[in-house]
Ligand binder design. Sequence first.
Ligand SMILES: C[S@@+](CC[C@H](N)C(=O)[O-])C[C@H]1O[C@@H](n2cnc3c(N)ncnc32)[C@H](O)[C@@H]1O
Length: 241
Amino acid sequence: VTDAAGAAGLPLVPTAARVMITSRDFGEYLAMFGLEPERLRGARVLDCPGGASDFTAAVWEHGGRAVAADPAYRSPPAALARLVLADLADGARHVPAAAAGYDFSWTGGREAYLRRRAAAARRFLADYAGSPGRYVAACLPSLPFRGQVFSLALVPNLLFTYAHLYGPAWHRAAIAELARVACEVRIHPVTDAGGRVYRELAPLRRELAAGGIATRLVEAGYRLHPGRQWTLVCRPATAGR
Ligand SMILES: C[S@@+](CC[C@H](N)C(=O)[O-])C[C@H]1O[C@@H](n2cnc3c(N)ncnc32)[C@H](O)[C@@H]1O
C-alpha cells in the first residue's frame, strides 16, 4: 500500500518535544474504538500512530491486514527497542504522579496495567523485527499511501492529546490526510493532556464538514481515565458505503 513517493524526507518531530512511544495493547484498542474482533476479519486497517502497540500484530492473527505508521519506525529494530524500553520505564516511573488521571480498576490494578503495557511492547518489538513490511515510517499530516486503501484508520493518543505541540491547522490537515487514505477514521481520545475536551473541537468539526468529512462523537467503553470517554468517527463523503 506504500505510495511511490515513499517515506523519504519525513519531517522530524523536534527532539525537545518528542512524543512518548507508548504500547497500549489490542484489548485497549478494542475498547477505545468500540470494535469487536470480528469487525477486523478481512479488514484493511491503518494504526497511526502505531507506537509500540501490539495492535497490528494482533489484527493479522485475527484474520485482518493491518499496517502501522509512525515516525519512530525510521529506527532499525535494536535502536527502536532501546527507545521503547526507555519510554516504558519512564512511563512506569511517572504513573504514581499521574495516578489521579487513571482508574486502574478497569484493568485489574496498576501493576496489572503496567504488565499489559510491557507485554504489548515485547510483542510489538518481535513483530517489528520479524514482519518489517507491516511498519511504515510516516509523519502526519502526510501519509505515503494511496487513496482509500484502508477500510478503517485508527488514531490512538496523538491528535488532541498533544494539542500543546500541534496546532489547529495541523489537526485539520492530519484528519483530511487520514480521510484520504481510509474510508473511516476513528480518533481517541478527544481530550488534551489535561483531560479537557479539545478546545477547538467544534470549529474543527465544522471545517471538516465543509470539506466533505462528516464527523460524530461516540461514547467509548474505555474506562482507564475517569469520566466519560469519547471517540471521534470521521467519514469522507467519497467513501463507499
Ligand atoms: C502516545 S504514543 C501512542 C502509541 C500507541 N498508539 C498507543 O496508544 O499506545 C504517540 C506516538 O505518536 C508518534 N508521533 C508523534 N508525532 C507524530 C506525527 N506527526 N505523525 C504520526 N505519529 C506521530 C510518536 O512517535 C509516538 O509513537
